[in-house]
Design a protein around this ligand. Structure first.
Ligand code: UDP
Length: 466
């Protein structure tokens, strides 16, 4: 169990993104929580400090809540390869799929409990009666009871789920439901994912940070420079780029990405279709590749994920990347030369975030063809950048995207033909694509910025502590 220190951020830059009124209401909400807590702490417990949506969210909300006066802190439960494999299997089951297909029975439960028991004392050393503990996702769920026995109020925050209950979700529920039953409340990203065994469930969708390196404004020239340095588009003289960030120090972008490509980088003015995701089968990168090829659009496809060395907690990533590479290699040359597979450097997460930002801004169309999704942060990030989005109608993506207004949905996530048709439409009808992008931006402003999320949490914390 180790503590991750939150960055310090000023509140002022949020005035531009949120406006005076919203910033003031955020201040008031946090002030209420602060006085309720009376000097006690809100702890977040999850299983990774980097990579994926949960870490992303905590890196944003933690500093912002602290800047608004609430003592929020973050603990990570590490595990060895065996624990990670079991945890990954558990996550897959709650998504409604088999994952690696391995068992989740008594032996795995014993192994899981062992790690949880080892972590109980280290966790208890941090907690004081009256603290609030938010346990994220199933990996650390076994610690809910420990936190309760320390006198804390405990909320289980589940970021994942399946649109339909099946044998796998039941398997996952059997494994984790008993631990979760001890929580004071549970939170899900979308109503469709509320599990029957979750006590006192509430829905709070996530949000994105408009002022951090992932979503801050970038000029067209900065976008081209960043992508030039990363080696993702043709650039005359790529040189390190310094980008100021509204909250926090500037970022230096100087590392090239690892790119699998045939031929030179695509010209900067060739329209690009982009999906940014972890290398995970549920993100269906191969389906995006197939849809792009089937669409026949005159553009270029970039599939980008994290550098494999940077996601050591994700044992399946290398295999998924490899499957994707094999499909790419089997494409006819003409198509292969129109697609690149990109592993973005992870040595510096802020540099990585600026690269994601630039890629999303550069995209003519952003795709999120997930087979399951709790909430698509990548989709929200693209929508905030006014990008026309093609997303599968699964999980939280169905709440985020109003079909034809804030993006285009694909009813069956495996439907390559419809995804391809949507791409063709957005390439052909640029005014429509622009309108979707504008609608997308409005949607994020209304619903998916961090003040809204923090105020939802403030209300929940009031509920569990009074
Ligand atoms: N991400 C990133 N760098 C990468 C790949 C992904 O920062 O190389 C981020 C991405 O921008 C998003 C998060 O990881 O903020 C993924 O969240 P999402 O909800 O889309 O999916 P999850 O990974 O939680 O399933």
């Amino acid at each position: 169990m180790r503590e991750i220190a939150f960055a310090e951020v000023p509140l002022e830059p949020y005035r531009d993104a949120l406006g005076e009124e919203r910033l003031e209401s955020l201040r008031r909400g946090c002030e209420r929580v602060r006085s309720l807590l009376g000097g006690r702490t809100v702890w977040n417990v999850n299983s990774t400090a980097a990579g994926g949506g949960v870490a992303e969210l905590l890196h944003v909300l933690g500093p912002l809540a602290r800047a608004a006066g609430v003592d929020v802190r973050w603990l990570v439960l590490d595990g060895d390869a065996e624990f990670q494999a079991i945890a990954k299997r558990l996550v897959s089951r709650l998504y409604g799929v088999a994952g690696d297909g391995g068992p989740l029975g008594d032996a795995e439960a014993r192994r899981y409990r062992r790690r949880i028991e080892e972590s109980a004392e280290p966790l208890a050393a941090f907690l004081r009666p009256g603290d609030v503990v938010i346990v994220h996702d199933p990996q650390p769920a076994g610690l809910i009871g420990t936190a309760r026995r320390c006198g804390a109020s405990v909320v289980w925050r589940c970021h994942i789920g399946s649109d339909q209950a099946n044998e796998h979700t039941r398997d996952g529920g059997r494994f984790v439901g008993g631990f979760v039953a001890e929580a004071d409340a549970t939170v899900f990203s979308t109503i469709g994912h509320v599990a029957g065994w979750a006590p006192r469930p509430l829905v709070i969708p996530p949000s994105i940070d408009p002022c951090g390196p992932k979503n801050m404004p970038l000029t067209g020239a900065q976008v081209r420079d960043v992508l030039g340095v990363a080696g993702l588009i043709a650039h005359e003289r790529p040189a390190p780029v310094e980008t100021p960030v509204p909250v926090g120090a500037g970022v230096r972008v100087h590392r090239p990405a690892v790119v699998l490509r045939e031929g030179p980088p695509p010209p900067a003015d060739l329209p690009m279709v982009v999906q940014v995701s972890r290398w995970d089968r549920l993100k269906d990168m191969i389906g995006v590749l197939e849809s792009f090829v089937a669409s026949g659009v005159d553009g270029y496809l970039t599939l980008a994920g994290a550098d494999l060395a940077g996601v050591a907690d994700d044992p399946a990533a290398a295999g998924v990347y490899d499957e994707c590479r094999q499909v790419w290699e089997s494409l006819p040359g003409g198509h292969r030369r129109r697609c690149q597979l990109v592993c973005l450097p992870m040595d510096d997460l802020r540099e990585n975030a600026v690269m994601v930002n630039a890629l999303q801004r550069h995209a003519s169309v952003v795709v999120q063809k997930s087979l399951a999704e709790g909430f698509g942060l990548t989709a929200t990030e693209a929508m905030w950048k006014s990008r026309p989005l093609v997303a599968s109608a699964v999980g939280g993506l169905r709440d985020q995207v109003t079909d034809g207004e804030t993006g285009l949905l694909v009813g069956d996530p495996r439907d390559v033909a419809t995804t391809a048709a949507h791409l063709r439409r957005l390439f052909r009808d640029r005014p429509f694509a622009r309108r979707l992008g504008e609608g997308a931006r409005r949607r994020v402003r209304e619903r998916y910025l961090p003040d809204r999320q923090l105020l939802d949490w403030a209300r929940l914390i009031e509920g569990v502590t009074t």
